[in-house]
Design a protein around this ligand. Sequence first.
Ligand SMILES: NC(=O)c1ccc[n+]([C@@H]2O[C@H](COP(=O)([O-])OP(=O)(O)OC[C@H]3O[C@@H](n4cnc5c(N)ncnc54)[C@H](O)[C@@H]3O)[C@@H](O)[C@H]2O)c1
Length: 713
Amino acid sequence: MPSPPRVRLLMCRPDFFEVRYVINPWMDGNVGRSAQDAARSQWQALHGRLGEVAQVELIEPRPGLPDMVFTANAGVTFGNRAILGRFLYRERQPEEAHFREWFTGLGFDVFEMPPDLPFEGAGDALLDREGGWMWIAYGLRTELDAHPLVARWLDVEVCSLRLIDPRFYHLDTCFCPLEGGWLMYHPPAFDAASNRLIEARVPSERRIPVSAADAAHFACNAINIGQRIFLNHASPELKAALAAAGHEVVETPLTEFMKAGGAAKCLALCVGEPRPSRASAACEVQSDSVHLEGHLLDSGLLDRALDVIVDGGGSFRVMEFRLGRQRQSTSRAEIHVSAPSSDALGKLMARLADLGATAVPREEADAQLETVTGTGVAPEDFYATTIYPTEVRVGGRWIPVQDQRMDGVVVIRGEGDSAEARCTIFRRLEPGDRVVIGGAGIRRVRRVETREDRPAIAADFAFMGERVSSERRVGLAVERVAWQMHQIRGQGGRIVAVAGPVVVHTGGADRLAWLVREGYVQALLAGNGLAVHDIEQAMFGTSLGVDARLGAGVRGGHRNHLRAINAIRRCGGIAQAVRQGVLESGIFYECIRRDVPFALAASIRDDGPLPDTLTDMIRAQDEYARHIKGADMILMLGSMLHSIGSGNMTPAGVKMVCVDINPAVVTKLADRGSVLSSGVVADVGSFLSLLVERLRHMESGPMLYRADEPMAV
Ligand SMILES: NC(=O)c1ccc[n+]([C@@H]2O[C@H](COP(=O)([O-])OP(=O)(O)OC[C@H]3O[C@@H](n4cnc5c(N)ncnc54)[C@H](O)[C@@H]3O)[C@@H](O)[C@H]2O)c1
């Protein structure tokens, strides 16, 4: 029987090896600390052990290139094809020419990545001997965009894995496919999606998880030839697990090289690995490009966009950046976005659109439509709407989507020039409705973020900073809101207030009643609680049994809110109670007197409820939506439930102001809001008191808030 071809390895003597710079966390603190002699003897020992089982070739070391000893990054080879490594850090880039020469000299067909597309060879690309596919890393050194090229050039299936721990900066530092389909790896080095992919491809009985301690000894940085595994050091537990898998561990200390972040696997490149018979090109990586415009640097928008991409498991390249030179001029960037699957890319593109990014126009396609078959049920691949104005392409024409809101689908009615697109919620879908699916032929229009929008964002965490300036920032936020409300009222616009019972508990009921009375509120959306506590206060002077002025409980006060409910029930409703003279003040009294409509949506915790409270949730949602339509501003005051409910129905372009003591609630609303939304982390009673004070000021003349003016916060 012919013996199997001997494995060929490429190594490089450590003549010029030393730690001279810091390009990974292992090098940090080790510059100038590697011992030449020790490194030489450790390398010789490894070379000797490998020589027993493989044919070891050598490349001439070069002065000034201390990391050339780590030949695993020279490239990756498959049959007679080699893809040359393209180094991320300029410190290693001069190595490329020497490795190119070596591969060419041996007759390999050499492929090269485009300039600026890092691919760190077999450090990041490892063949699965059993499955025949190639695992390739991204996230730290190699770019995701290199993966499809590897698939094409080597005609191999690629599985993309994202590295997230800078200590394990190359795939071969934390991942080692073994003969027989076994896998030794350190799961925390990968993101959740990559771990899922590994688990889907390698059955659990073949996976050998490596502990943090073993991983820190570079146990995964191993060379597997036949049944032998050459590595720096492994714990008895890991050795036992590998022995149970039929592998024998050969330890050969490489501590000097670990100071530079490498061990056994980094020191040798397997060349001319035979192509598995099942190999054929496949790669799920997808990419697209977006434009981003605005005050990209000083508003932090570019940072946020890049964070969205990286946090979403994607990768980016800034293809073009035009910096606005004047204070008021905007910058523009074109960002190339890649993701490990089309699903992941779709999610990233949607989140980037939420930040105002627009897809770089490509060949335009019509939106794909699918017909509804069951009442109230959308097709599987429906496009979920956002709050941003959206257009869909139907019959070659872009048409605006009407009734824009979040969490709906787009239904197309009519044909040709009379086609109409409308945002529709599931429960209104009828069989025969044509719903937009997938992502083609859809574009969102978002106003660019400008410097002027910054105060709204700055106010978000108004109470988080140090005390004096935070009060000042709340004051500035109030000034801004007051000014906008004043404008809207002046122009006959609509302000919708959404409020929770905490408005009453914090002494804000009189202020909200004032806003209604003075024409600053055109509709009020709330729950049973606000009405009950407002009416309790109006009738008995208490809020949940506590005297609002004295701040102390009154005898029998705990019954007061029930007495209030009972009184309104006896009258038949709030309007009847006002007409009968039973209710003579408060927020709801003002609503009835001023003809300001309100909608009260029920909840599980409601007492009573009041006859006005809508216990049919669908009706309540419809009423909320009806009042929100055409609003210029939504003023959300201390109710998470009702604020989020209304936020979902509000299209972009409507000013949203969310006041809550809990930063998480404010952020949640601001996140889904347009750039026009602002959040104020503050006590709602104090906010309302300041707001009314500022509005009164404006009515009597001065329009500008002075930061040094004392305020009643
Ligand atoms: N007696 C009743 O019938 C009754 C009483 C209370 C609530 N409810 C109902 O329960 C539902 C949920 O009530 P909700 O909207 O009050 O609860 P919620 O939890 O949805 O919202 C309350 C919000 O108020 C914020 N908050 C607390 N103290 C604050 C302060 N001092 N300043 C600013 N913000 C502050 C909280 O952070 C929270 O986000 C509503 O439908 C309501 O009508 C009914």
